[in-house]
Design a protein around this ligand. Structure first.
Ligand code: COA
Length: 642
């Protein structure tokens, strides 16, 4: 079917969906339920003395006619008045108030399969093809013709809110001195963007993609990219790597931006970047092996100032990276959308590129196309000074990241399903086991759970460090020689069941984190003194996520990765496939306690032990197939620190 007709058909399908389905509003969970669950979640994670103190504070908060009830009532009123009562609170708390640099600390990346470019033409042809795919996808979005998503897995079949998709190419994170702003370009002040910014050798070029109401075809795009590469090669014209400022802390970048804005040339350049559809970064070769971990590092931070870190603009939600050495992917500013939306978009692009091979038929219009424009910057000594400081900070961020991309190949989600267990719950329990084996304790864990079943839904937290998981990991570690395997198996089942129950609560809007955040923020809005429940040590501990985890599954060969969210933590992103699981484990080198390689090894050990238990007690007949493949020694070592 021709593209336009296909879009029209999908538009109709999507319209029917939108017209017939009204997304329910996110519920406000009952106050007592949240407070009980809060105590249950934290009891085994703090000292007995601390817990006694917290229990008393929570009971006072929950007392009839007390503060809790007043705040809960206000939240219920807010629910009536807004599309999603937690959306703004959550967005600010999770992203816009965070002052840390975006790379590594906040922006996740999707790593595409390694490409083999034999020469510059191959490289640019891929980039032109990718841009063409972006324009195809954007046309679907603009026509509101994207087929609607439906939930899979737990509570499968429910329609999912599509709002996040419309922010992919139309938003920008503006740095602010205390708080950033997520700017939506649909406002009347800003016209629709019709250009892509190409980053090449740390220079930024405006590539108009619609000229005289006509979308440029791939051949035109290729020609324009060739011109850009030529312009970027001119060393006399080269300007400082101003994009590095966007990799700095948010306060620092906000201050630097104010300085930059004093000059009209700079203002024009900034405006072009802030209004673009996306960036495409044509990266220099890194001279590193094209291993998964190296490519993931390249996406997350660009490898340092001597490599490609200056070839970025981190405020823009979508930055596609096309490395001359075949390292390709996309790094995202996270505040407008979740990883699942990023996956859908990336899969569309990769499928588009596979389906329609690059068309480089010369178009008649080529000669008429004016050369893309290089963005100019007037760099005063003050800006040069700020840039030097951004460089230092970025270099330490690059040195500090310890990343391990590890493929567990012994089995995948099919084996887990054969055990009649939820693969996600199983992997979460394995993460708890790995952490316990590395650190001999259990810590607050974040697992993102989608709340897209509701209007403007984003995510809430599944607190995977359950007491049941704690019992299981202790039995598997400390009690290895004493407890019989049958008891370990029972504990595994209760850990999996507890995790599955928490998941269902979270995706149906009944988790505790967003609710507690809402109560805290509404008290602030009412100009109250911060309630004691939110100044209590336990609340601080409950929000320090040493394990930050997320399932980001794909149906096309690629994987997602991100950094830890606290200095002594791990980021653990996983992608369960039918016969293997990809893990991206991250931590910081300057933390003496953590090590991504050790964690990945513990993960492997734990997954093998859990499989052995299942084979012994669960469904031995079916499981023996997976056992066979394991015994053939297919597993590779989790790799060493890059
Ligand atoms: N027995 C057999 N099969 C089972 C099972 C059981 N007890 N429980 C689940 N399964 C099956 C499911 O039916 C599903 O099958 P499918 O692959 O054919 O669709 C599969 O196992 C996966 O289900 P499960 O592992 O339970 O996970 P899920 O897909 O429901 O995912 C979450 C759980 C929490 C990850 C998901 O609900 C979610 O919220 N995802 C979004 C996460 C996110 O936002 N990530 C990005 C953050 S930036």
């Amino acid at each position: 079917m021709p593209v336009l007709e296909k879009h029209k058909a999908e538009q109709e399908k999507s319209k029917v969906h939108r017209e017939n389905y009204v997304f329910p509003k996110l519920p406000v969970p009952p106050l007592q339920q949240t407070l009980d669950m809060y105590l249950k979640c934290m009891k085994h994670l703090v000292t007995e003395e601390q817990f006694r103190k917290t229990k008393a504070i929570v009971e006072k908060f929950a007392a009839s006619g007390g503060l809790g009830e007043i705040l809960q009532q206000r939240l219920l009123e807010r629910r009536e008045k807004t599309k999603n009562w937690v959306y703004d609170y959550w967005l600010e708390d999770m992203y816009l108030n965070n002052r840390l640099p975006l790379p590594v600390n906040s922006s996740p990346a999707m790593v595409f399969p390694h490409q083999n470019f034999h020469n510059q033409s191959d490289h640019l042809r891929f980039a032109a093809h990718l841009i063409s795919g972006v324009l195809d996808y954007k046309a679907l979005l603009d026509a509101h013709a994207l087929p609607p998503d439906c939930a899979r897995g737990q509570l499968a079949g429910t329609p999912l809110c599509m709002e996040q998709y419309y922010r992919l190419f139309s938003s920008y994170r503006l740095p602010g001195c205390k708080k950033d702003t997520l700017v939506a370009q649909k406002s009347s002040i800003m016209p629709e963007p019709e250009h892509v910014i190409i980053a090449c050798k740390n220079q930024f070029f405006v590539l108009d993609v619609v000229i005289n109401f006509r979308r440029l075809n791939e051949s035109d795009l290729f020609t324009q990219l060739e011109k850009i590469v030529k312009m970027a090669a001119n060393e006399q014209e080269r300007l400082p790597p101003i994009g590095l400022l966007t990799a700095d802390g948010r306060n620092e970048w906000a201050k630097a931006r104010e300085v930059i804005m004093k000059d009209s040339t700079n203002r024009d350049s900034l405006d072009m970047i802030e209004r673009c559809i996306c960036l495409v970064c044509l990266d220099e070769p890194t001279m590193l092996e094209p291993a998964d971990t190296n490519r993931a590092l390249q996406m997350l931070h660009g490898g340092g100032v001597d490599k490609n870190s200056g070839n970025r603009w981190y405020d823009k939600p979508m930055q596609f990276i096309v490395g001359m050495d075949g390292a390709c992917g996309v790094v995202c500013e996270h505040s407008p959308f979740e990883g699942i939306v990023l996956v859908q978009c990336s899969e569309h692009l990769l499928k588009y590129m596979r389906r329609s091979p690059a068309k480089l038929v010369r178009a008649a219009s080529v000669s008429e196309l004016s050369a893309p424009r290089r963005l100019r910057w007037k760099c005063s000594p003050e800006i040069q000074g700020l840039l030097a400081s951004s460089v230092d900070k970025l270099q330490s961020l690059v040195r500090n990241l310890d990343l391990n991309v590890y493929k567990f190949k012994v089995y995948g989600k099919e084996f887990i399903k054969e055990q009649k267990m939820s693969p996600d719950a199983y992997i979460q329990v394995a993460l708890q086991l790995a952490f316990y084996r590395c650190h001999r304790r259990q810590v607050c864990t974040y697992e993102s759970a989608s709340t897209r079943r509701f209007q403007d839904g984003r995510v809430d937290n599944i607190r995977s460090a359950t007491i049941e998981a704690f019992e299981f990991v202790k039995a598997m570690t400390e009690g290895k020689s004493s407890l019989p395997d049958s008891e370990k198996m029972q504990k595994l089942w209760s850990a999996i069941n507890a995790q599955t129950n928490h998941t269902v609560l979270a995706i149906t809007g009944m988790a505790i984190d967003n609710h507690l955040l809402g109560l805290r923020e509404i008290a602030l809005e009412m100009k109250m003194e911060k309630p004691e429940i939110f100044t209590d040590e336990t609340y601080m501990i409950s929000n320090h996520f040493i394990l930050s985890t997320s399932q980001v599954p794909t149906t096309v060969e690629m994987f997602c990765c991100y950094g830890p969210v606290v200095p002594n933590g791990y980021g653990a992103c996983y992608n369960p496939q039918s016969d293997h699981i990809i893990f991206c484990i991250s931590s910081f080198r300057d933390c003496k306690e953590t090590c991504s390689t050790t964690f990945a090894k513990a993960m492997e050990e734990g997954l093998l032990d859990m499989r052995d238990l299942c084979i012994k007690f669960n469904t031995p007949k079916k499981a023996s197939v997976s056992e066979g493949s394991a015994k053939q020694g297919k597993q590779e070592k989790p790799g060493s620190k890059p």
